[in-house]
Design a protein around this ligand. Structure first.
Ligand code: GLU
Length: 259
């Protein structure tokens, strides 16, 4: 299977912005194993701004653009250093691709981006993508990595998109506010009732909330790709998801659109 895995900041970093070493080590181990089993893995990783905040000892997520972009520049180095080190332990090679909205919007750039990922997969490398937060301005920003994950999944015609976050999946209501909220295991059609279950609050250091995740699910399923939202706190959940077991919330590809 060709699998795009999007990992959110809240999964990769502690609230301080410093890397969650135990979690990231386990994630890289499981993803390496899935790759060893014959799957192709493409990673969409957040965490640049969060880790920049941690490394520069800033007090929280910056509100001004130059500091945010500076934090991303520092954090992106840290992020790739860690991925390179941990995947290398399992003999895998990583590759960094940073993009902005313009790289998707303009056909020639999009084709280049697609060709690069396809070639990296042929060369057996693990492409790791993030938005180029240090140069993206309001006009050209994609804005969140849930959407980026869905765009990447459709571009490379993935079989599965997995979004790892700090929530177990899609609930009928916000589980932090409503104790009667129920986790939905399967979603066949994303209609108004599903969309009304979302909010748009992101985590402290990340960007997207459930709203952007549902948006990503719409893009993926309309292109014939299943998408799963799951809690990344135990990375072994990736095994269950890939094996098609009940884990998180699975949004099923529109049958008429299967690629
Ligand atoms: N690109 C941002 C980062 O690396 C994250 C965006 C998101 O959380 O969706 O910090």
């Amino acid at each position: 299977m060709r699998i795009v895995i999007k990992i959110g900041t809240s999964t990769l970093a502690h609230k301080t912005g410093r890397i969650n070493i135990r979690r990231v080590e386990e994630l890289c181990k499981v993803m390496s194993d899935l790759k060893n089993a014959g799957n192709e893995i493409i990673l969409v990783s957040s965490g640049a701004i969060g880790m920049g905040v941690g490394k520069l000892s800033l007090t929280g997520k910056p509100s001004d653009i130059p500091t945010k972009q500076a934090a991303a520049a520092v954090g992106q180095c840290e992020l790739m250093y860690v991925y390179d080190k941990l995947f290398a332990e399992y003999n895998h090679t990583v590759a960094q691709i940073l993009i902005t909205g313009e790289d998707i919007e303009y056909t020639d750039r999009r084709i280049n981006f697609e060709n690069t990922i396809r070639r990296l997969l042929e060369l057996n490398a693990i492409p790791i993508l993030n938005e180029n937060d240090s140069i993206a301005t309001k006009e050209i920003v994609i804005g969140d990595n849930d959407t980026l994950g869905a765009i990447v999944a459709t571009t490379v015609e993935a079989d599965l998109l997995i979004i790892l976050s700090d929530i177990d999946g899609l609930f009928t209501a916000d589980p932090h506010k409503n104790k009667d909220a129920v986790l939905l295991r399967k979603v066949n059609i994303i209609d108004e009732s599903i969309e009304s279950m979302t909010d748009d609050a992101g985590s402290e250091l990340g960007t997207g909330g459930m709203h952007t995740k549902i948006g990503a699910a719409k893009i993926a399923t309309e292109h014939g790709i299943d998408m799963v939202i799951a809690n990344g706190s135990d990375p072994k959940i990736l095994y269950d998801i890939v094996e098609g077991k009940d884990a998180g919330t699975r949004f099923f590809a529109r049958k008429d659109e299967k690629n």
